[in-house]
Design a protein around this ligand. Structure first.
Ligand code: NAP
Length: 279
């Protein structure tokens, strides 16, 4: 029985992966910030007779403090972790800051992923074929890091924040393999493209209905979208870092995967984490 930790495991792609692996007899720990979604998941796991292998951990991953506490609970409860899947995400239609003063998209989409990978590295390395799957926007050319204003204080636009996060996640993969050169962990960046999930949730009406309809008409159904992800988790690539847009391999070279930029980002994140803990 393998152990998978899936952030955002209560909805969308994360939930579909959770139910898939529970159905296969594995143990899944799903993380989310809404306890009702967590309880719904646990009820579904019970119906699959998998309640004893499914856990829900409540954590707001946009908070570095809560992310560190979550990692402590995970390390204590699950000393060996086979797969860590990053699926927690929320499109922030308006600029918001966390209690620690960090812009929320950056905190959730970038900082928490860096922090969890570092905090759970040792537990992952105890598994025979450990993987980190970072569900993100790899392979897209849109977006850049706004180094002089990573928190987008001067001018916040939701799409700019999301695409900055996508570019930052490419660099997180580079930073992880740079910081753990001898690790057996295979780090995969995976862009599922357009999938019919909880995409409409952050919007108010009438945009919510419109997004929901467009997703129903044009996006990939979630059960189909997880098939290539499952294949990657079950048969990890040989290389320490790899990137995919659905089944297409993305070369992890060029400016999107620049080592100096990755080191700069990792250093910035470490400083932000230290400041958050001290605050
Ligand atoms: N769907 C797409 O078309 C698409 C395209 C490209 C990339 N992706 C990537 O794929 C991943 C999954 O996307 P999805 O569309 O399946 O997501 P989704 O349906 O919107 O679900 C998001 C999940 O993240 C959790 N979450 C949100 N904020 C959180 C927080 N502060 N702390 C902890 N958990 C939080 C949500 O649970 P709570 O509400 O309980 O917090 C939910 O389980 C994301 O990383 C996304 O960037 C998706």
């Amino acid at each position: 029985m393998r152990t998978l930790v899936i952030t955002g495991g209560t909805q969308g792609i994360g939930k579909a992966l959770t139910l898939h692996y529970l159905g296969r007899g594995d143990r899944v720990i799903a993380v989310g910030s809404n306890h009702i979604k967590g309880e719904t998941l646990l009820a579904e796991a019970d119906r699959l007779s998998a309640g004893d292998r499914c856990s829900f951990l409540l954590a707001d991953l946009s908070s570095p403090t809560m992310t560190i506490r979550l990692a402590e609970r995970l390390r204590t409860g699950y000393p060996s972790i086979d797969a860590l899947v990053f699926g927690a995400f929320r499109y922030q239609t308006k600029r918001q800051e966390t209690a620690e003063g960090i812009e929320r998209t950056f905190a959730l989409y970038v900082l928490s992923r860096y922090l969890l990978a570092e905090e759970l590295c040792t537990a992952l390395e105890r598994a025979p074929h450990p993987v980190i799957v970072n569900l993100c926007g790899t392979g897209s050319k849109a977006g850049r890091l706004h180094w002089d204003d990573l928190q987008l204080r001067r001018r916040y636009r939701p799409f700019v924040a999301t695409m900055q996060g996508a570019r930052a996640n490419d660099l997180l993969g580079v930073a992880f393999t740079d910081e753990h050169p001898d690790s057996p962990i295979r780090y995969m960046l995976y862009n599922p493209l357009f999938v019919n999930t909880g995409l409409a949730e952050p919007f108010s009406q009438p945009t919510r209905t419109a997004v929901s309809l467009i997703a129903k008409m044009f996006a990939t159904p979630v059960d189909k979208a997880i098939e290539p992800i499952v294949d990657r988790i079950d048969t990890p690539p040989d290389s320490a870092l790899s990137a995919f847009q659905v089944r297409r391999t993305i070369a992890v070279t060029g400016s999107a995967f620049d080592l100096n930029a990755a080191r700069r980002l990792a250093s910035t994140l470490r400083n932000l984490i230290i400041k958050s803990i001290e605050a």
